[in-house]
Design a protein around this ligand. Sequence first.
Ligand SMILES: [Zn+2]
Length: 287
Amino acid sequence: MIIDAHTHLFSPNVITQRAQYAERDTFFGYLYASPKARTIGVVELLTAMDASGVDRAVVAGWAWQNHDVCVEQNTWLIEIARQHRARLSVLCTVQPNAGDAAIRELRRCVESGLVGVGELNADGQGFRLDDAAFLQLARAASEMGVPLMLHTNEPVGHLYPGKGRLSLAEIYAFVRQVPDLHLVLAHWGGGYPFYELMPEVRAASQNVFYDTAASPLLYAPDVFRVVVNLVGADKVLFGSDYPLILYPRRQKEPDMRPFLDEVRAVGLSDEEQRKILGENAARVFGL
Ligand SMILES: [Zn+2]
């Protein structure tokens, strides 16, 4: 069973009224003002999954700044999850700064069948990991038994739109505050896995997982072997960041296949591949 644990979907409203949403939400506007940034609907996602042999996708919407937009999009995501139970597992988005309203929204979504919350973005949505409201939300997710997927990025290297300032120190402090939360750090945790070599960090991070979203744009393929050596094959979830174009030099349209081919060619054992390509996501997201 192949699971892509990190994809993004947009409602027909967002796709057809992109300019209005870009105006309402500065973070979305910043990243999606250019028509080159793809927004896709359910049909395109399912078609891409069929073409690449992906059985199931974990779907995130977008990290909206505005609570009301989160709620509106979640209502659509709930509908999508109901219609495509067999193929899609859907996360809700909340604005942690909305406080109790965000927690109520998370509960509504989980009770309606969504499997977690994310991809949240501290820089994009304007919160800090040590904010009381975010900690309260994270504890609520932990109590509801659902994982939280958080955008992270590497603190060094080339700049790109959406690269934020969230630090590894902040992430570690957060992890220690909510050790029971199942936390998926997107984009290889921005380098956090290296510090799992420190016994105290490893002990505190038992419920921290890493997804591989956008990896070909960031790291050499060796990253798979290296991170598995650092944290073990049970903590890595294959995720593409679809519909992001991962190989811009040779790829014009979104396609899940080239990255899957890369993962199968990096020298992982069959067991490691099974875990990374599906079993870990099934466990973490309770699929
Ligand atoms: Zn991300």
